[in-house]
Design a protein around this ligand. Structure first.
Ligand code: ADP
Length: 157
């Protein structure tokens, strides 16, 4: 059976921290699906269309990576994609507490789906999408925190 992992998130925007998690997960899985969740509680900064295009552009030469959007529960989406793994990144103890609850609830709902966590590398620990958004909103240069992509509109609001 193919080992398929879903990497769900809002990715608003997708940072080099996210990119690093995906690259490090590649040897573990046959396929990684980066899935942008349509989370109604979070107001989006970048449109879904831009986030999708930019993430696709960051991984355009990698056939093991797919980029999609999804609605609803992550475990339901996993079943639809025949994915047995949910990939998440951990930066801090706060991330751990938040992720622990979600992973344990997901496991209760779908016993066959395992959550897999990769600890962030030290140089990416401080990167989060909220801060990167603030830099961009105030016309700062956030390029060192974002994947290099070939897109005229890259990271423009
Ligand atoms: P969500 O809204 O689901 O938290 P995010 O886009 O903020 O979505 O994050 C998606 C996943 O990536 C989460 O598991 C988060 O902990 C992880 N992540 C975010 N930033 C980093 C980073 N700098 N290094 C490693 N993992 C990260």
């Amino acid at each position: 059976m193919e080992r398929i992992a879903i990497f769900p998130g809002s990715f608003d925007p997708f940072t080099v921290g996210h990119e690093s998690i995906v690259n490090r997960a590649l040897p573990l899985f046959d396929k990684v699906i980066i899935a942008i969740g349509l989370n109604s509680e979070k107001n989006q900064f970048f449109t879904l269309e831009k986030r999708l295009r930019w993430i696709k552009s960051a991984f355009k030469n990698n056939p093991k990576i797919e980029v999609e959007t999804f609605n609803g529960l992550t475990v339901e989406y996993c079943k639809e994609k025949k994915a047995n793994f949910i990939l998440r990144g951990l930066r801090t103890a706060a991330d751990f507490e938040y992720e622990r609850a979600i992973a344990q609830i997901n496991k209760k709902m779908e016993h066959d789906i395992e959550s897999v966590f990769l600890l962030t590398t030290p140089e990416h620990t401080m990167i989060n999408s909220t801060i990167v958004r603030d830099i961009i909103r105030h016309n700062g240069d956030a390029s060192q925190f974002l994947p290099i992509i070939d897109d005229e509109d890259a990271y423009k609001i």
